[in-house]
Design a protein around this ligand. Structure first.
Ligand code: FAD
Ligand code: SIN
Length: 533
């Protein structure tokens, strides 16, 4: 058994910021950070555009950032949380800079502030087009400088430990469910170990891998969401899946899809048809820089009406020297598949990008389960409502990491490590004979979600999706009951759970709002609120 004061699942911006903040305040606490792959492999590493924060007060102010966030969220944001994140955000970005993160500067030696869809001002701090990789680099280096942080790579968290493992019946309405730790698989030797802690934090990121096309890396299988759902914790807003309008269209097929940052449109890139016609003004007066839900839906519609596989982003009119300096990674990637941005339009297509819903948490990141917090993309804090404003998620993770750290530092001494927790039971199970049963089911889930629970939904499509997900669920539970635990099998179970959560929340929302659009209820219904599962 491995005991810590604080156990954090995830080493993206949320998990690492939190670990550093706790370690800084309390050198007496043992903090364990666990990552299922290498430390840096996370959504954070792939973030391109940057971090939104009110920086230049001559040009921008909190009220504008708050208004933009609320407008994107389509009346489902928690106003108090929006204010908290916007107002506390700049201090968190300053800390990140103090810890060694570089952001690009302009010729006047101030920070170069980019613009993205739905933002009324330039407020995105960035490091070229690889902001996330730079943040991750700086955070890993900083975390390694604390001797009380233990960083574990290639450990796969399987399940949360609650009263359930002590033989108590725990159902969704059981009061006072408590978390004591997790069972995790050491991927190097296949041992399942018991990790116990006084405070546990899920910082396990998103779930984009439930779709065939996604900008999320393969680690984003919604494990934290599925774990808390199995432990009977509360989850909300799962119908609001954000599709990024501009993933690079690559017929060869990439997993993940390569992102062409929204900052490219902020820099002047324009969405066009194959004939060079600018179509976005037919949908919104903000044109190519309208909020993501509107742009993704418009592209989806144009593709369907025209019967084509992709639309285009035209950058040929832009200053190429400046473009390459700002977006070297995007420029190189396009070249690598034969597209010279100076000469050709970039083929683009929408792809699943971000999970707006997640673990329901309060103002200090507490979930509905005692001693269990959640931070970052796996949460629903109330910031994003029905549609996240671009570049607000790195900010949200940092603000909440700060708040959770404060709460943990204050309360950790009141909690004890639970005694009498049994080891993981492996009796009666064997290695699955045919791995293809798992890989094929993963493919099926992705197909179902992409075909029936994508950008445009309907009652018939959602019913088809839930019937098919149910079938795969039953097959997989039988397999799980008789098989040795493997990350692939666990990920399949988790993908099924998240697919179920998204599909059922979408079926319950009988209106169109933000990222959820259904042809059966095309209007917004002002009386409908958050769906909690
Ligand atoms: P992640 O960074 O995804 O980290 C999750 C961690 O949890 C990983 O370490 C993973 O290994 C670990 N983990 C998961 N499951 C388990 C398990 N079972 N056991 C052990 N460990 C586990 N947002 C912005 O604000 N600005 C941007 O410019 C931006 N660009 C983006 C570009 C791309 C291509 C993508 C994919 C996202 C982008 N986002 C952006 C969103 C943003 O990057 C993420 O929301 C944010 O980084 C999430 O951070 P996180 O720490 O919550 O999760
Ligand atoms: C992008 O660079 O377009 C991604 C920004 C985000 O997802 O917030």
């Amino acid at each position: 058994m491995i005991k810590s004061d604080v156990l954090i699942i995830g080493s993206g911006v949320a998990g690492l910021t939190l670990a550093i903040k706790i370690a800084k305040k309390r050198s007496d606490l043992k903090i364990t950070v666990m990552s299922k792959n290498s430390l840096e492999e996370s959504n954070t590493k792939y973030a391109q555009g940057g971090v939104a924060a009110v920086w230049d007060k001559n040009m921008d102010d909190y009220e504008k950032h708050i208004a933009d966030t609320l407008d994107a969220g389509d009346d489902l944001c928690d106003k108090n949380i929006v204010k908290i994140v916007v107002k506390e955000g700049p201090s968190r970005v300053k800390e990140l800079i103090k810890w060694g993160t570089r952001f690009d500067k302009n010729s006047k030696k101030g920070y170069d502030l980019g613009k993205e869809g739905g933002h009324s001002e330039n407020r995105i701090l960035h490091y070229k087009d690889i902001t996330g990789a730079e943040i991750e680099r700086a955070l890993i280096a900083k975390a390694k400088s604390y001797s009380n942080i233990r960083l574990l790579q290639h450990y796969y968290a399987i399940d949360l430990i609650t009263q359930h493992q002590l033989g108590h019946v725990v159902i969704r309405v059981t009061p006072n469910i408590e978390c004591y730790g997790v069972y995790a698989l050491n991927k190097k030797n296949n041992d399942i170990q018991t990790f116990l802690a006084k405070k546990i934090v899920l910082a396990s990121g998103g779930a984009g891998q439930i779709y065939r096309s996604t900008t999320n890396p393969v680690v984003s299988t919604g494990d934290g969401l599925a774990m808390i759902y199995r432990a009977k914790g509360r989850i909300e807003n799962m119908e609001f899946v954000q599709f990024h309008p501009t993933a690079l269209y690559n017929p060869a097929g990439d997993n993940p899809d390569f992102l062409v940052s929204e900052a490219v449109r902020g820099f002047g890139g324009i969405l066009k048809t194959v004939d060079g016609e600018e179509f976005m003004y037919n949908y919104d007066k903000r044109g190519s820089l309208a909020p993501r839900d509107i742009v993704a839906r418009a592209i989806d519609n144009e593709m369907k009406v025209r019967g084509v596989d992709n639309m285009y982003l035209d950058c040929r009119h832009l200053d190429m020297e400046k473009f390459v300096a700002h977006f070297p990674n995007i420029y190189e990637k396009c070249l690598s598949i034969g597209i010279d941005i100076a000469e050709q339009m970039i083929p683009i297509v929408p792809a699943c990008h971000y999970m707006c819903g997640g673990v329901k948490v309060d103002e200090v990141g507490k979930s509905s389960i005692k001693n269990l917090y959640a931070c970052g993309e796996c949460t629903s804090t109330g910031l994003h409502g029905a549609n996240r404003l671009a570049s607000n998620s790195l900010l949200e993770a940092m603000v909440f990491a700060h708040r959770i750290a404060k709460d943990i530092v204050k309360t950790v001494d009141d909690s004890k490590i639970k005694k009498g927790i049994p080891e993981w039971k492996v009796d009666g199970t064997t290695d699955p004979k045919e791995l293809v049963l798992i890989t094929q089911s993963i493919k099926e889930i992705k197909e179902i979600m992409s075909s029936y629970v994508g950008i445009v939904r309907s009652n018939v499509r959602l019913k088809r999706a839930s019937d098919r997900v149910w079938l795969i669920y039953n097959e997989t539970e039988s397999l799980y009951a008789t098989s040795t635990v493997s990350p692939q099998l666990c990920e399949l179970r988790n993908l099924i759970t998240v697919a179920f959560l998204v599909t059922s929340a979408a079926s319950m929302r009988r209106e169109s709002r933000g990222l959820h659009y259904t042809t059966d209820y095309p209007e917004k219904n002002d009386f409908l609120e958050t769906i909690v599962q």
